[in-house]
Ligand binder design. Structure first.
Ligand code: NAP
Length: 257
């Protein structure tokens, strides 16, 4: 197994799943991590049948610090040398104004989007430093640059991700390690279904009468950044649908504003 290895979190759906396929297509072996084991096992079968690359499904909740530490420090032989880390696992929960917000939702977003990303990075980065090589891609969002009504805590977590990418770039300066931030606007995935607690009708309305990005659009951008020569770091890529001009302004609502 001499191929490079990528660890992709949140690999069971949306952007993470599309990244698994994009990376496999480009000859990378992938550790596909998420909580829903059946989804990542299905993905392994599909990828290994279609491409000449390997997938290691890993049932992992990134908010479980001990599990993250244990799994990532006891990887199976031949899977230990992670060269690319895609910190993609993340979610939004609710769209209430702060005064009406649910604290449990805030905890979930902070635990997953900030603390989970930190736990995974802490488990992987020291080995990249040791071997003086690696690329970390953090999935931030346009919501880290701007905010919107009801976006409060989600936007704050993504602003934190943007700052962590900047800080990390300083912390690894002097090593051949690249830190990339990918910041999409609206992407049609399970994101809104999760935000609205499984209410598909409400989720579909988010994308009605506009043309959102696809998970594949983002996976291609991630691969572009990762596949640059080693001396090139794409620091921060903001990717918007053509029909969206800010976090709150898209072709569906702009005439009403
Ligand atoms: P998605 O389809 O809901 O996928 C989210 C992924 O994260 C799933 O695979 C989910 O897997 C995983 N995940 C959630 N909590 C987890 C946990 N505790 N441990 C491990 N995995 C966990 O949404 P997406 O749009 O692809 O989102 C991917 C990333 O892009 C997120 O960080 C999101 O904030 C960011 N983003 C999305 C958009 C958008 O409009 N969709 C825009 C900008 C940025 P399991 O449920 O199986 O664990």
């Amino acid at each position: 197994m001499n191929r490079k290895i990528a660890l992709i979190t949140g690999a069971s759906s949306g952007i993470g799943k599309a990244c698994v396929e994009e990376f496999a297509k480009n000859g990378i072996n992938v550790i596909a991590a998420a909580r829903r084991l059946e989804k990542i096992t299905e993905l392994k079968d599909y990828i290994e049948e279609k491409y000449n690359t390997k997938v290691l499904p890993m049932q992992l909740n990134v908010t479980n610090r001990n599990l993250v530490d244990d799994y990532l420090n006891h990887l199976p032989k031949n899977w230990e040398d992670i060269e690319i880390l895609i910190n993609n696992a993340g979610l939004s929960k609710g769209l209430e104004r702060l005064q009406d917000g649910k604290i449990d939702n805030w905890e979930k977003m902070i635990d997953t989007n900030i603390k989970g990303l930190l736990y995974v990075t802490k488990a992987v980065l020291p080995k990249m430093v040791e071997k003086n090589s690696g690329t970390v891609v953090n999935l931030a969002s346009i919501a880290g640059h701007e905010t919107y009504i009801g976006g409060n805590v989600y936007c704050a977590t993504k602003a934190a991700v943007l700052q962590l990418s900047k800080a990390l770039r300083m912390d690894v300066l002097g090593y051949d390690i690249r830190i990339v931030s990918i910041d999409p606007g609206m992407v049609e995935t399970e994101f809104s279904i999760v935000r609205f607690d499984g209410d598909k009708e409400k989720a579909n309305k988010v994308y009605e009468n506009t043309s959102p990005l696809t998970a594949q659009d983002i996976a291609e951008a991630v691969w572009f950044a990762v596949s640059r020569p080693k001396h090139v770091t794409i620091e921060d890529m903001v990717i918007m649908p053509t029909q969206q001009a800010s976090a709150i302004l898209n072709t569906k609502n702009y005439k009403k504003l």
